[in-house]
Design a protein around this ligand. Sequence first.
Ligand SMILES: [Zn+2]
Length: 421
Amino acid sequence: MEAKLDRKDSVTIYKFKKLIKELESKEGRGTELISIYIPPNKPISDIISYLRQEYATAANIKSKSTRKNVQDAIESAIQRLKLFNRAGPTGLVVFSGAVPQNGGVGNEKIEVYHIIPPEPINLLLYRCDSKFYLDPLKELLREKDVYGVLVIDNEEAAVAVLRGRKIIESKTFTSGVPGKHRAGGQSQRRFERLRQMNLNDYYKRVAAHANEIFLKYPEMKGIIVAGPGPTKEIFVEKGYLHYTFRDKIHLVDTSYSGEEGIREAVKRAENFLKDLRMVEEQKLVRKLMQEITKENPRIVYGDKEVLRALRSGMIDTLLLSEDLGKYRIKIKCSNCGAEKEYVMTEEEKVSKLPEILAKPCEKCGQKTLEVVEEKSLVDFYIEEAEKAGTKVELISSEHEEGAMLKNAFGGAAGFLKGYGG
Ligand SMILES: [Zn+2]
């Protein structure tokens, strides 16, 4: 199984999370599941000879069934590893183990997975446990977006670049500009004019350095401009920062400026990044609302309509509620082969499905209907969209707009090609 983690792509993240969740749900009967992490570029032959030793050691396991399961798991892992010569530039992860099928004892089946990490995992590890060891993979899911922070008041300023919560570069400044109270001997007006000039120079100096630092990171997602007073607003309004940053700036009140202010802003960073995605999602749903008020709205919603448009390649972007809670169920007649598709909620699966299955087939009249496929509707839509080359945006329903997509549009709505014109 290969995965590439593009954080801008909500579907990729969804799939990676799902894979981890699936692996997390597997549990051996004893300590029978093995996890192997291989660091980048490591020759696989080294790992295989290590596993041969583990195989020999496993011969000492007392329980006969555990011994067999562990040795089978190691053997299967070795077979899988033989597909590779050495680990790739991001390393290689293999999970292998006897997983009970349908809960039955003695009903275990060896399952093997290999994952090429989307980002380097520099870890050499062999572990045998009752569960697969997934922490290093989960770690990859944590926010690692790059963003800038600039904290400023009239006395001091600090500029920093963060990846996730980690500061990767920072610089501090002092203004050297005295406060509003003048030194004796000067006229108030002259003093104020000089002060403004000096402040202006200070802003320019901070901005020049900030621009220089921030421009080094074109992947920068956003810039937090923070500080305790009105200076930050002035700084932004007067356009000291590079024009390309204009849409990325978010103003935040902090109690401190300078380095202490950076630390304060870092604490808020996690929410800030979550908010960024939320704002994107809200914009998409609002665009949908806007389109629907037009005379000929170029949108489609409702399960049947969305699916039809999707399959005929008419959808530009599909908005999908992350927690749709619906299933697509395919029913087939085992006698004549007639097929029918249904979309059902969790409740309907209990209340409606048995009724449908008990009815005679519409085509041949035999009572031989059975479920041949069941899939979460979100996964089904994602697959169909991939076939059609359509972009999917997963939308959380934790915000008002997201709830609206779920409740008013049934959780799936598409912008048709040529919308917004
Ligand atoms: Zn039939």
